[in-house]
Design a protein around this ligand. Structure first.
Ligand code: CU
Length: 528
């Protein structure tokens, strides 16, 4: 800017003036280290960012640029030693797609003892609630996950709340006593998806027979309105959120400002986020925040007790004690007013464009095996990342392995993806990288809404069928996969690769990126 200011004419400066102020650079350093921790009282070796679970909160403002340096200092080779970070829900521009962190789609993983810096400008005025996690195999099961918030200094919904800061984030997640690597072996042998031991709330939880780890305490002051940002950071579990005696007004859905909708219970699939406003309008006391979860048969893990996933809403002046109310799973009929996804509306109305291209995706499990198929293909990560193949001249679907399940699409079109109804009892949270989608038909309804659907980046696919539309105005190879990472690892993934020529024109990776694959490929298996 100094150079520009010194040389620009007054006319040029006048021309620049209407543009928004250039955002700040937000430097973040994440040391990826093995740490021994006990989120639920059971001590184990973990994979962490900076030694904590969840990892440190990353915050930025609209228009800033995230500059995240990852120092891979992992040493415990009973778990994955390489790593890679995905910033879930962030609209990464084509030009920066090489810094998007999806192993074997946009980059190779970062080897142990190596560092890599992801530079991600926050574009399209994107704001909201996001998170980051390892996108290498099921490594984030071992702890490598954290919250990411992009604040809007001009939030059109700011009048609805008084407090929104680092103390109003609720990160829930499934927690496991075994390593991801050992559970993956068991899964492959049995075909049974691992069942979590515990549900954690901001990094703490309890399991059957475990110690009474103190519940997370959310302090509030009577008469104040809080914006709580709820993130389901699970690799599998569905969490159902509620607060005894309080309503929750949804104002954000996966980064999309949302027409306020007041409910008292919210079901969240893995990867989904909501901001809710809670008004502390009840008598000064302690109240349960209920976060029961589901994810596989509890009979397959006797540690599991969904009722123990909870936190305490404590009014200033209330005793330092558990709520006197019994631990429930949340509101019951007739008072239940659960969020219906299909009823969500964006704050800024936007019709879904008519589709130029239609794709139907059928999700089928191979009975008794750890293998999921999309249109009869079980995704396998290639050794050469999709993006590198594109930069090297890939032009059509035949330039990729069949098992890459890569759909080659033109730029600047609208793609409709139809997921027919399935007989799965567990909805698959399908997550699109690089962009969000218009949720034309939610799995919670049989109504198609093209007039004003919610836009989000994770939506359930299951018994009722789901239809989404997305734009390819942001060309690149973008993962589109189930956010149950066990399913993802078992092949429930596709790549939506749009605008290959445009991608080649716009993507100019750094030397550091070029060096990732040779370094990773040279590693012995136990360091990968
Ligand atoms: Cu799934």
């Amino acid at each position: 800017m100094k150079f520009l200011a010194a040389t620009a004419s007054a006319a040029l400066l006048a021309l620049l003036k209407p543009h928004p102020v250039l955002g700040a650079t937000v430097p973040v350093t994440l040391d990826i280290i093995n740490a021994v921790g006990a989120p639920d009282g059971f001590s184990r070796s973990m994979v962490t960012a900076n030694g904590t679970y969840p990892g440190p909160l990353i915050t930025a403002n609209k228009g800033d640029t995230l500059v995240v340096t990852v120092n891979n200092k992992l040493t415990d080779d009973t778990m994955r030693m390489s790593t890679s970070l995905d910033f879930d829900g962030i609209f990464v521009e084509t030009a920066n797609s090489f810094d998007e962190g999806s192993s074997f789609v946009t980059a190779c993983p970062i080897a142990p003892n190596a560092s890599y810096t992801y530079t991600i400008p926050l574009v399209n005025d994107q704001t909201g609630t996001f998170w980051y996690h390892s996108q290498l195999s099921v490594q984030y099961v071992d702890g490598l996950r954290g919250s990411l918030v992009v604040y809007d200094p001009e939030d059109p919904l700011a009048d609805l709340y008084d407090v929104d800061d680092e103390n109003t984030i609720w990160a829930v997640g499934d927690w496991w006593h075994n390593t991801s690597t050992s559970m993956l072996v068991t899964y492959v042998a049995s075909g049974i998806v691992p069942v979590s031991d515990t549900g954690t709330f901001n990094g703490v939880g309890r399991f059957n027979g475990g110690p009474e780890v103190p519940f997370y305490v959310q302090n509030v002051v009577a008469g104040t309105r809080y914006r709580f940002r709820i993130i389901n950071q699970s690799a599998r579990n569905v969490f159902t959120m509620s607060v005894d005696s309080h309503n929750l007004t949804v104002i954000e859905t996966d980064g999309t400002p949302t027409t306020p909708m007041t409910v008292n219970e919210i079901e969240m699939l893995a990867g989904q986020r909501y901001s809710v406003v809670l008004e502390a309008n009840q008598p000064v006391d302690n109240y349960w925040i209920n976060a029961p979860y589901t994810g596989g048969s509890p009979a397959n893990n006797l540690n599991q007790n969904a009722t123990l996933a909870r936190a305490i809403l404590r009014y200033q002046g209330a005793p330092d004690a558990d709520p006197s109310a019994p631990m429930s799973l949340g509101p019951a009929e007739p008072g239940l007013n659960a969020l219906v996804e299909a009823n969500l509306r964006p704050l800024v109305a936007q019709a879904a464009p008519e589709p130029d291209i239609n794709i139907t995706l059928n999700l089928v499990v191979t009975a008794g095996r750890a293998q999921w198929n999309v249109n009869n293909v079980s995704y396998l990560p290639p050794s050469v990342p999709t993006l590198l193949k594109i930069l090297d001249g890939a032009n059509s679907a035949s330039d990729f392995n069949v098992t890459e399940n890569t759909f080659v699409l033109p730029a600047n079109k609208t793609v409709q993806v139809i997921f027919p109804p399935s007989d799965d009892d567990e909805a698959h949270p399908f997550h699109l990288h690089g962009n969000n989608f218009w949720l034309v038909k939610s799995n919670t309804t049989d109504v198609i809404n093209t007039a004003n659907p919610i836009r989000r980046d994770v939506a359930g696919v299951g018994a009722e069928g789901t239809i989404v539309r997305f734009s390819t105005n942001n060309p690149g190879p973008w993962f589109f996969h189930c956010h149950i990472f066990w399913h993802f690892q078992a092949g429930l993934a596709t790549v939506m690769a749009s605008g290959l020529e445009e991608t080649r024109e716009q993507v100019h990776p750094s030397q550091a990126w070029d060096a990732l694959c040779p370094a990773y490929d040279a590693l012995p298996a136990n360091l990968q």
